[in-house]
Design a protein around this ligand. Structure first.
Ligand SMILES: [Zn+2]
Length: 340
């Protein structure tokens, strides 16, 4: 039995995270979300170069296809390799046959020059014809000037902003600082510590596995009136799994809820990347229905078509050699881990 759906969309990814697996442990065990950022992710992103970014994106795109995901909304940061990074990601995804909507997440963590160069990379990529968004890491690592500059650039370019909001308690000030800036085309990732009566505009991106992994709490996105979409926050791009986790996390606080709400969140991805609706995934299972999928493990794509072209068939990508991608990504992971 088989059923088809459009290509799934991962609404919040960090493709560079694909090389994090197996990285050496931090010097001491992080005891808070802030320490997880400082001791793991901010050490990792600082060590990235363009070759590592290329193969992490190739691996991440391959794993997306293997999960029936044809659209990735990526949030990228590589403070020592900013210029050209969004093009490297876009080219890698195109080579595998996956759609990507990248953004460079600007931050003042490395001084105002870092934020300025990040902004310039967003502008360069989009003005050269790339499809992308303007990225901001988060309000708590940016000055008001940088937040305003990013919002202004996005408005000028006619694109949205992709930003982390209130993932940890240290960003609780975000709703106040962003209140006058957000628009409906902004993407607000996490929003765990966002008050229910906030005034921010945009789509809220819910990342159940990442939130569990970082012990940051449950966003309970059903409480918001904003649209909600599902992401992985860099832990692969298996959106059926993200849906299953989103459902069971919602259920953990509301035993009356069904999987339809989490399924709607998954479908919101098509509002962010409408072209993925033209893609076609043939699945190993029928029916592709929320009540079935919430309780059916191991559902996988048999064939994936992007824009009419078969890019995945019989368990393998058609444009690239999966073993080669994994081998090259592994080489880059060794280089990356040696720098940490
Ligand atoms: Zn994220």
């Amino acid at each position: 039995m088989a059923a088809t759906t459009p290509g799934l969309v991962c609404a919040h990814h960090h493709l560079y995270s694909a090389l994090a697996r197996g990285m050496p442990p931090p010097p001491k065990t992080p005891t808070s979300f802030q320490e997880i950022l400082e001791q793991i992710w901010w050490r990792l992103d600082t060590a990235l170069d363009l070759e590592m970014i290329r193969w992490s994106a190739m691996l991440g795109a391959l794993e997306a296809l293997e999960s029936g995901t044809t659209g990735i909304v990526d949030h990228h940061e590589s403070p020592e390799a900013i210029e050209g990074s969004l093009s490297v990601i876009a080219e890698a995804c195109a080579e595998v046959g996956v759609r990507v909507l990248p953004a460079y997440g600007i931050t003042d963590r490395h001084g105002p020059d870092g934020a300025r160069r990040g902004l310039a990379e967003n502008e360069r990529f989009i003005k050269e014809g790339g499809r992308g968004l303007v990225g901001i890491h988060a309000a708590f690592t940016c000055s008001d000037e940088s937040l305003q500059a990013a919002a202004g650039l996005a408005a000028d370019l006619g694109v949205g902003v992709h930003i982390h909001v209130a993932e940890g308690e240290g960003d609780a000030d975000a709703p106040r600082r962003l209140a006058s800036l957000t628009r409906d085309d902004w993407l607000l990732s996490h929003c765990i510590h966002l008050p229910t009566d906030h005034t921010l505009r945009g789509t809220i991106l819910h990342n159940p596995r990442s939130n569990l992994n970082n012990a940051v709490g449950y966003a309970d996105p059903a409480r918001f009136t904003n649209p909600v979409a599902l992401g992985t926050d860099g832990i692969g791009a298996n959106m059926i799994e993200a849906f299953r986790l989103a459902y069971v996390m919602q259920r953990s606080v509301d035993v009356t809820c069904g999987p339809d709400t989490a399924w709607e969140w998954l479908a919101t991805g098509w509002d962010l990347m409408p072209e993925a609706r033209d893609d076609e995934v043939t699945w190993s299972y029928e029916p592709m229905d929320p009540w079935h999928l919430a309780f059916t493990p191991g559902v996988r794509p048999l064939e994936v078509k992007v824009d009419g072209e078969v890019v995945f068939r019989d368990g393998a990508p058609t444009r690239v050699d999966a073993a080669e991608v994994r081998a090259r990504a592994h080489e880059q992971a060794i280089r990356l881990h040696a720098r940490l």
